[in-house]
Design a protein around this ligand. Sequence first.
Ligand code: UT7
Length: 336
Amino acid sequence: MTKSNTTPKASITAIGGYVPEDRLTNKDLELLVDTNDDWIQSRTGIRERRILKDPKKATSFLAIQASKNLIKKNNIDPSTIDMVIVATTTPDMQIAATAAYVASEIGSKNAFGYDLQAACSGFLYAMSMAAGKIESGRYKKVLVIGADKMSSIIDYKDRSTCILFGDGAGAVLFEPNNQGLGWQDEYFRSNGTQRETLCVKAGGSLFPASSTTILNEDHYLRQDGRNIYKSAVSAMTESSNIILERNNITGEEVDYLLAHQANERIIEAVSKKMKLNSNKVLKNIANYGNTTAATIPLLLYDFQNLFKKGDKIIFAAFGGGYTWGAAYYKWSKLIN
Ligand code: UT7
């Protein structure tokens, strides 16, 4: 037998999600900055976002809720989970991995956990990490969570960013699949020369927190939206098309595109260039805004009832760093 016949694929067997109850609507934002509902909806497609208002609750809270939702709905024994990856840009704190805390809080006492930081591409990269672990044969259950409390790094005086982001989390469980279904292929890239285009400048080792960084408000997310917009469209289109070509799939054969939800116009531009029918392009940005690492798992959570065994799914993401890429996934049955 060749290796390809014996190596299992990694497939998603369970999905969970969580968004906080509090809504921040475009009308609410009109009271905070010089903006309006029409501008926001026409330029971004966003109507409202969810905000985790409790200052004592952090990204781990979102991740734990999404994981508990997955565990409960699918009747999973959390102690059987081998590994927990939390993709996040807003970890609870420096050094102590949010994933380690989440694993303990959900009862995954036999797991190890670490965080993965690749901004809006984080969940895509984390799924790839999980797939590799499953394909290695050493791990049977890998929990991948995308969670971000973006409201903790947003300047609600800055209209160019505060209209875009929201809080949320999604979680998926990867397990081996011997029918060839699950994670098929990926194409990932990064370009660090553009890192200042989208970043939180201070708080790391380059500009450690100081009274000056606080006075300069350097702990908030800042971005050059126009540049990111152009780069996101071209990078996500290029990587998705490479994945299609490499796997001999036409746009017509794609069942669904699950792209990072940063701006509805970006998603539409990418799907047009991929020649996809609009009914194949899944969107929930209107309800949540950009939840960074959580957008793709929240799409999986919201639309899970649509997917049928064998469906061809393309994932695509672009984010700060820059980081970006696309992946090809063949849907398998969920536990329930
Ligand atoms: O996941 C990665 C994270 N970030 C992104 O993906 C961001 C990608 N970029 C975008 O989504 C868009 O560039 C934005 C939504 C951020 C901005 O939309 P745009 O169509 O690129 O607008 P713009 O920056 O070119 O600005 C157009 C005008 C400007 O006014 P002038 O100079 O034409 O008079 C802005 O000052 O719109 C103004 N503007 C606003 N007006 C009302 C910028 N933000 C706002 C606002 N409300 N919130």
